[in-house]
Design a protein around this ligand. Sequence first.
Ligand code: GLU
Length: 391
Amino acid sequence: MPGRVDGMISKRLQGVPPSGTVKISNLVSQMVAEGKDIVSFSMGEPDFTTPDNIIKACVDSLEGGFTHYTPSAGIPELRKAIAQVASRDNGIPCKPSNVLVTPTKQAIFLIALGYLDPGDEVLLPDPAWVSYEAVVRLAGATPVYVNTTSEDRFVIDPDRVSEAITHKTKMMIVNSPSNPTGCVQPRESLAAISEICADRGIRVLSDEIYEHIVYSGKHYSMAAFPDAFENTLTVSGLSKTYAMTGWRLGWVIAPEDDVKAINRLQTHSITCCTSFTQPAAVEALLGPQDARKSMVGEFRKRRDLAMDLISEIPGLECSLPDGAFYLFPKYDAKISSTELAEILLQKGCVAVTPGRAFGPAGEGHFRLSYATSEDRIIEGMGRIKRTLADL
Ligand code: GLU
């Protein structure tokens, strides 16, 4: 009786759809379990196994009996390693006390819950990752999209940010490199947004989960801009960089008072991150980085391959992304992106995410994650080409 369940869930949850990415991934798992051969370009997840040195550190910590609660903000060695790498490589002026260890998605959730009230407005680039809008709504606040376009390669125009600000604007979420567009925002744009937000008393939530997956251009941490640290909540994590999606391990870097506030929520939710993964996270950050670099090299090859193949498909247009592992092509078929994704899955046996899941500006596009093998990219692109030709 689905009606009964819907009637009982909170008003907060009513009207918030399931995650567009996770929903399709669940569906693909089900179809594969039924014996169907689906090429999945849906989930933003590296197909590599976590590097051996990281797995070994985890096994060692398990065998050493490190299986109990840890301090809620994370083990000191990991907070120190995160602060060390963030200040050394990203220029974020932080100390271990500025770090809270928490799964990255959870970090975004805790920040929304900890900082947003009903009536607050939150600026988001359009298109943007599927869960920002949902999380903002779950916190009772209102998402306000700042349009970006494929013609501008999805760069955020700071003037549009200024125009979207009202007396209710409390926060702006920035995600560079971007999911779903792969855009690496240029320094000028990020610096201008940081300044506008500081001037207007708007907190910046900078989601830098794809920070290491950059092919051209450079990643800038917003908290590293002059005077920006006090106003910026940086989130990142290990999932994409070290092929550790299943580990659920990330962090927030923020001023100490913010870390304390978010930690208060953590103490009432997950208590702490899984204990035995935390020493492995130290190994990931401070151990050899060759595996990380070679995975990024592979992603670059796959991007180039996927771009070559997409350019041969009539009716698709795609700008070259500088980072992350997504293509976000525009299509000319006169159907919605949800219908298109449905047809590609059911008729073409290839899974993509409808562009509309990422915001109104995503309509007319679909997202394709190329974090899969070259063989599967070739096979999947062939299926897309044939399916679109039959439309
Ligand atoms: N962030 C990835 C994606 O967009 C994983 C799924 C999710 O968390 O949405 O595909």
